[in-house]
Design a protein around this ligand. Structure first.
Ligand SMILES: [Zn+2]
Length: 266
């Protein structure tokens, strides 16, 4: 994969740590990247903290770290440990609460499940305590050919650093910095695309909320099944992009509800 060029492999100083997950000490089967390869351009462009390391990782930590966008080893280590602790929270509690000699009084099935919890809890505790290994990695200098942008643009305003641009955009568009940063990284390193994406999401949420409120009120008022009202309104809206929710409800009333009432009233 050409995209991973420029990353430095974390090589254990001592052979006893070869093929070991840096995060938890299990057998390594994969590599983790700090920062993740898909966010490489984001880190290169913004100069946000990142180390460009390729880290031996076990399958489980690798899976957990797929959700982590952080650029440094330390941040990724904290993320991986948190995930492990959450995943095995039950076993960890058993390990803290019970000891082997308390098991004799229990009936077979309970004893069996507590024993399993104790083993898993002990193993997880060791993984959480694992301090990582001594390593050598080549100088953390970027050897990646990359044209750092001369400035960052926020709808026409130009800034020389990412920080200034983020600060400005966050205040101007009232979007928390962390949210904006994530959307920036996920939207082609563009403030414009990031802000559009956020606004679109907010508008969609608002629309869904409105749809629900109005349809439910209509269903109640005209004694119609809620699902029927929702389905019809959604159909009208998909057939006619110009139509608003109140217009769709009006249409539903005239074409379906009113004729129904006439029949009933005879
Ligand atoms: Zn691991």
């Amino acid at each position: 994969m050409a995209a991973e060029s420029g990353y430095h492999l974390l090589v254990p100083t001592y052979s006893s740590s070869f093929n070991t997950c840096f995060y938890c000490g299990c057998i390594a089967a994969e590599f983790d990247y700090a920062p993740p390869v898909q966010y490489r351009d984001f880190y290169l462009a913004t100069k946000e903290a990142s180390e460009f390391l390729k880290i031996p990782t076990c399958g489980e930590c690798h899976e957990h770290l797929k959700a982590c966008k952080a650029g440094t080893l330390e941040e990724r280590r904290t993320f991986a440990k948190d995930k492990l602790a959450k995943k095995y929270a039950k076993a960890l509690t058993i390990y803290e609460m019970w000891s082997e000699n308390e098991l004799n009084d229990l009936d077979f099935s309970l004893r069996h499940s507590i024993e399993a919890g104790l083993t898993l809890g002990e193993e997880t505790t060791e993984r959480l305590r694992y301090p990582g290994f001594d390593y050598e990695a080549a100088e953390h200098q970027q050897s990646v050919p990359y044209n750092t942008p001369k400035y960052f643009e926020v709808f026409g305003d130009q800034f020389t650093t990412f920080r200034e641009a983020l600060d400005f955009a966050s205040k101007a568009y009232r979007i928390p910095k962390n949210t904006l940063k994530e959307y920036f990284a996920d939207n082609n390193n563009s403030f414009e695309e990031a802000i559009h994406a956020i606004h679109k999401e907010v508008a969609e949420k608002e629309f869904t909320k409105q749809l629900k409120t109005l349809c439910n009120a209509f269903a109640k008022k005209h004694k119609q099944p809620i699902i029927f009202v929702h389905k019809q309104v959604e159909r009208y809206l998909s057939e006619n992009e110009e139509m608003t929710i109140p217009e769709a409800l009006e249409h539903l009333f005239l074409t379906r509800v009113m004729p129904q009432q006439k029949i009933i009233k005879g």
